[in-house]
Design a protein around this ligand. Structure first.
Ligand code: SF4
Ligand code: SF4
Ligand code: SF4
Length: 317
């Protein structure tokens, strides 16, 4: 990590830079994380003064929340906001720009190292034991005004971590159909419909979610049966298909530890196989495979043949 020896040093550099940008009028507020009673007790927060930053701003290994979704509301306000974004958060932010949900011109983005990389030893120095993140895709900042604590060329080896991104999905695909069904039933039956996965998801930015519609009988209540348990997750996965940035926030916040990212990653893998490699959030320009039509696109007969092949090969495609 570029010239950074401890999480505390990175945090003080972030505070110092935020104060400079507030003082020179580049931004009128800052979104980051606020300390709580304990180290792990951190909350996304907006700071408007140098004093507030000095007293309450924190950046440590527990600052996992993806701040990009908060920018939907924040960028509707007057003036620019400084946002500290981790690599994967920048994919979500880019996708929100693409969907006209955030205003890029109302932001100043500083790319910072992932919180997973700033785990500390007891003496406060960096442990250097950053494990490849199981949940999220992004290892590079795809949008930023400047970087802090991370160099442009530091990411090449991290990209290699993505080589095994679909391993778990492939493992599930290789199971027999009834084993796959049982796997997902066992996971989804734990769901308490707290809505945390939807609420945290940057792709779930609808002004009114279908699951909040009081006329459908599915709003604000726990699933009544296995059909409803499956329904919520399958509908949500389809709604974010081609838009999910693989940030892993849905899995991270689930109080039941349901590996939701695997469901969304399965959709990403299928889209890659059917339409060619595509990663939502990587670029603002261009159409997602599900937003455009090409004659070479997979048509229903190809998809049907693919699922037939899957069944006849004992679950393996
Ligand atoms: S966060 Fe977990 S428990 Fe809550 S609705 Fe989503 S899957 Fe269900
Ligand atoms: S579905 Fe999950 S992984 Fe995909 S964008 Fe939403 S929170 Fe991130
Ligand atoms: S589940 Fe569907 S309707 Fe609800 S917020 Fe997500 S994308 Fe929108």
């Amino acid at each position: 990590m570029q010239n950074i020896k401890s999480a505390a040093e990175l945090q003080s550099k972030m505070i110092a830079r935020a104060k400079e940008l507030l003082a020179d009028g580049t931004v009128n507020r800052v979104i980051g994380w606020e300390k709580g009673l304990f180290d792990y007790d951190v909350t996304p927060a907006v700071f408007t003064s140098a004093d507030g930053l000095d007293k309450n701003f924190v950046y440590n290994e527990y600052c996992a929340a993806n701040l990009s979704k908060y920018l939907i509301e924040e960028t509707k306000k007057e003036g620019k906001i400084l946002a500290f974004l981790k690599p994967n958060d920048t994919y979500s932010f880019n996708q929100l720009i693409k969907e006209y949900r955030v205003k890029r011109e109302n932001t100043y983005i500083i790319g910072v190292p992932c919180n997973e990389e700033i785990k500390s030893n007891e003496d406060g120095t960096l442990s250097g034991e950053a494990a490849p993140c199981e949940f999220c895709l992004g290892k590079t900042h795809v949008v930023k005004d400047e970087l802090l604590g991370v160099a442009e060329d530091e990411t090449a080896d991290k990209e290699a971590q993505n080589a095994h991104r679909f391993d778990k999905v492939s493992e599930i695909e290789s199971k027999q159909p009834d084993e796959r069904f049982d796997f997902w039933r066992a996971e989804l039956s734990k769901c308490i419909r707290c809505n945390a996965c939807r609420n945290v998801c940057p792709a779930c930015s609808c002004i009114q979610c279908v699951f909040d519609n009081p006329t459908l009988g599915v709003d604000q209540r726990i699933a009544a049966n296995s059909f409803e348990e499956n329904q919520f997750h399958i509908i949500r996965a389809f709604h974010v298909a081609g838009r999910c940035t693989d940030c892993g926030e849905c899995s991270r916040v689930c109080p039941e530890n349901i590996p939701l990212h695997l469901l969304n990653r399965k959709v990403i893998k299928d889209l890659n196989e059917l339409y060619g490699d595509y990663q939502a959030g990587e670029k603002v320009e261009g159409d997602s495979p599900l937003q455009s039509y090409k004659e070479s696109d997979a048509n229903p007969s190809i998809i049907f043949a693919r699922s037939e092949a899957c069944e006849s090969h004992g679950g393996k495609k």
